[in-house]
Design a protein around this ligand. Structure first.
Ligand SMILES: Nc1ncnc2c1ncn2[C@@H]1O[C@H](COP(=O)(O)OP(=O)(O)O)[C@@H](O)[C@H]1O
Ligand SMILES: [Mg+2]
Length: 256
C-alpha cells in the first residue's frame, strides 16, 4: 500500500493485536492535554538522480489541543511530505517533530503502528475504503486491531449519523457517491478519537458541490470534537474556510 495515498489506515497496526500498550504509547496518551504537534527546524530532502532536493526547510510551528491549520501550496510544494511526517509515516531528514511530547523516531515499528492507529486519523484524496465492507464495517476497520471497546460500534454509528449517512450503514462503497465515500472516510478517521486528524486534499476528487459539503462537514466536526485538524490542499475554496492558513513556498511555511 502506498503510505502517501492510504497509509496509516490499519495496515501496520496488525502487529499490535492482543499486545498490551507499549510504554511509549502510554506516555503519549497521558501527555494528550499538552501541545499536540511541535515542529522545530523540520527539513526533508530527497536524493534523486544523484541530486539532492530540499522539499521542506526550517519548518516551525506548534498546534495546541483543538487547533486547526490549513496548509496551501501548489502541486509539488511538499504538502503531502509534511503531512506524512506529521502522521509519523516518514521521518524528517533534519529537525524534530514531537506529537504530544513523543518523538516518533524513538518508537519501534510496532509501537509506531499502534501510535498511528490510536492517535492519528487520516483522510486522503482517495477514500481508500475496502470495497467488500459496508460503510459501518469500513468505519470500524481501525478498531479491529485495538483492544476491544464496547462503545466503539455505537460511536461508529453515531459518526455515520453525524456525517449524514445514518441511512447508509449497510451500503458498500460501490453503492455510495464520491462525496458519501469521503464522508465514510472522515467517520473512519474519527472512530478512534485521535488527537490529530490529517487530511490530504480531502476534496480533490469531488465535484464542487460535494467538495463544499465535505468542507462544511470537516469544519463542523472540528468545532464539536477536540482533535487537532490539519488540512493540506491546493484548493483555495477549501482553504478559505480555515482562519489559520499557511502557504508552503520554496519549502518554507509562510503566512498565506
Ligand atoms: N520519496 C520521494 N523521493 C524523491 N522525491 C520525492 C519523494 N516524495 C516526494 N518527492 C518530491 O518532493 C516534492 C514534493 O512532493 P509532495 O510532498 O508530494 O508535494 P505536494 O503534496 O505538495 O504535491 C515533489 O517534487 C516530489 O517529486
Ligand atoms: Mg500531495
Amino acid at each position: 500500500m502506498d503510505a502517501r495515498a492510504c497509509g496509516g489506515l490499519g495496515s501496520g497496526a496488525l502487529h499490535e493485536r492482543n499486545n498490551s500498550r507499549p510504554a511509549a504509547v502510554q506516555s503519549f496518551m497521558s501527555a494528550s492535554a499538552e501541545t499536540v504537534v511541535r515542529c522545530e527546524s523540520l527539513g526533508q530532502s530527497y536524493v534523486s538522480g544523484g541530486r539532492e532536493l530540499d522539499v521542506l526547510q526550517d519548518i516551525n510551528f506548534t498546534l495546541e489541543p483543538g487547533g486547526f491549520l490549513a496548509i496551501v501550496g501548489p502541486s509539488g510544494s511538499g504538502k503531502s511530505t509534511l503531512l506524512a511526517i506529521l502522521g509519523a509515516l516518514e521521518s524528517p531528514t533534519s529537525g524534530t517533530v514531537a506529537l504530544a511530547g513523543e518523538d516518533p523516531a524513538r518508537l519501534s515499528e510496532k509501537e509506531l503502528a499502534g501510535f498511528r492507529n490510536r492517535r492519528v486519523g487520516f483522510v486522503f484524496q482517495d477514500h481508500c475504503l475496502l470495497p467488500q465492507l459496508t460503510a459501518l464495517e469500513n468505519v470500524l476497520v481501525p478498531s479491529l486491531v485495538a483492544p476491544p471497546d464496547a462503545a466503539r460500534d455505537a460511536r461508529a454509528r453515531e459518526l455515520l449519523e453525524a456525517v449524514g449517512l445514518g441511512a447508509r450503514l449497510d451500503h458498500r462503497p460501490a453503492q455510495l457517491s464520491g462525496g458519501e465515500k469521503q464522508r465514510v472516510a472522515i467517520a473512519r478517521a474519527l472512530v478512534m478519537q485521535p488527537a490529530l486528524v490529517l487530511c490530504d486534499e480531502p476534496t480533490g476528487n469531488l465535484d464542487a458541490r460535494a467538495a463544499d459539503a465535505v468542507g462544511t462537514l470537516l469544519t463542523d466536526l472540528h468545532r464539536r470534537l477536540r482533535s487537532v485538524l490539519v488540512v493540506v490542499t491546493h484548493s483555495a475554496e477549501l482553504a478559505k474556510r480555515f482562519a489559520d492558513r499557511r502557504l508552503l513556498r520554496a519549502g518554507r511555511l509562510v503566512a498565506a
